[in-house]
Design a protein around this ligand. Structure first.
Ligand code: PLP
Length: 375
């Protein structure tokens, strides 16, 4: 039996999404811009998917542009806001623990003459909202993630929004919601972001679709020019199988969101308990109040790659740090000033609602086996 615990990297596609994608590929396959009735049938699916994702985000009146995934949404948001609203305040504030999709985009902006300020986390991986707000008085954009993909740390989005308002900052707030989408008590738009990026393949849908949400009235210039699809914000024929499947996952998960969150919380505390009573020299790198679907741990003195190999031999799949920055020492754990031994033995375990305690038992057995090679 396979024990896939790398869901922050990507998820298995759930059955309703598979069925929807197949329907879109084999029956409703027309171009949604086509003038005939099959085009209209596809366009109706596009509209339905948009409504479903907006509902899952908690704002049916918001604007939504489908993209190819989280990376494109983030690029469109950051570059778009800076182009449209950044003429006077050429400054962006973010954090050092963002995903590469944000950090690399900001590097590009910095080369273009923008001032980029990155706030550091504290030792437990948390970001202080006051520090973000303090830097944002003369910025055009604050871009921060809702949940960190390596540690699960929850960033104080609501406090940042409140602070920006109180400080009368001109900055718009973009939130990378990729790891938080469908994993929060309250829908993501209620946290106060002006723009939000999400991705389909982290929630049980296909790779190749994501979305950029922005509040009514905001105008975002496109990254891609062409046929003017998605109200001109994202040209190119829509990847409708992936888009409709993303909508389907939202419709499937929304009625069960409380139950799924509770399940993730139970899995997280079961894992913490099992680790605590294992006798293994485990250090937990995730904050105590992190998002329940991610737990980052270390066994100082061991090596992540070796532990991962042993786990893999036991059909258990986890990640060392972030799958997106393979081969590099985690910039997130480094920003937390963790001991190099702790960083080099770090493992990220990440759940989806379909995981069970059997997966955790297999993981713990594998860790016991792996530890024997070092201690
Ligand atoms: N932001 C975060 C927090 C992520 O975890 C990821 C992917 O791991 C991304 C952005 C990029 O999303 P995508 O893979 O859909 O481009």
């Amino acid at each position: 039996m396979e024990h896939y615990l790398d869901n922050a990297a990507t998820t298995r596609v759930i059955e309703p999404a598979v069925q929807k994608a197949v329907e879109m590929m084999t029956t409703k396959y027309a171009n949604p811009s086509a003038q005939h009735s099959k085009g209209a049938e596809a366009a109706a699916e596009l509209k339905l998917a948009k409504k479903r994702v907006l509902t899952a985000l908690g704002d049916e009146n918001g604007q939504l542009t489908f993209t190819s995934g989280g990376t494109e949404s983030i690029n469109t948001a950051i570059l778009g806001v800076c182009r449209k609203y950044g003429r006077q305040n050429k400054k962006v504030v973010s954090t050092t623990i963002e995903h590469a999709a944000t950090l690399e985009t900001l590097k590009h902006l910095s080369d273009d003459g923008f001032t980029v300020v990155l706030v550091e986390p504290d030792k437990s991986g948390n970001i202080c909202s006051e520090k973000v707000v303090e830097e944002s008085r003369d910025a055009c954009l604050v871009s921060i993630m809702a949940v960190n993909n390596e540690t699960g740390a929850i960033l104080p989005i609501k406090d940042v929004k409140k602070g920006l308002k109180a400080a009368k900052s001109p900055a718009l707030l973009h939130v990378d919601g990729v790891q938080a989408f469908l994993k929060t008590d309250e829908p993501l738009s209620r946290f106060g972001a002006d723009l939000l990026s999400v991705s389909g393949h982290k929630i049980g849908s296909l790779k190749g679709a994501g979305a950029l949400y922005y509040t009514k009235g905001l105008k975002i210039p496109p990254l891609l020019y062409g046929g003017g699809q998605e109200d001109g914000v994202r040209s190119g024929t829509e990847a409708l199988p992936a888009i409709a499947a993303m909508g389907e996952v939202c419709a499937f998960r929304i009625p069960k969101i409380e139950e799924e969150l509770l399940h993730l919380k139970r899995l997280n505390s079961y894992l913490r308990q099992q680790l605590l009573s294992s006798g293994l020299p485990i250090a937990i790198n995730s904050p105590e109040d992190a998002s329940p679907h991610i737990l980052n741990i270390s066994m100082p003195g061991a090596k992540s790659e070796v532990l991962m190999r042993v786990l893999q031999q036991n059909d258990v799949f986890v990640s060392s740090g972030s799958a997106c920055s393979r081969g590099h020492r985690s910039h997130v754990l480094r920003a937390m000033n963790l001991d190099p031994k702790r960083i080099d033995s770090a493992i990220r375990i990440s759940f989806c609602p379909e995981n069970t305690t059997l997966d955790i038992d297999a993981l713990c057995e594998g860790l016991q086996e792996g530890a024997k090679l070092f201690f």
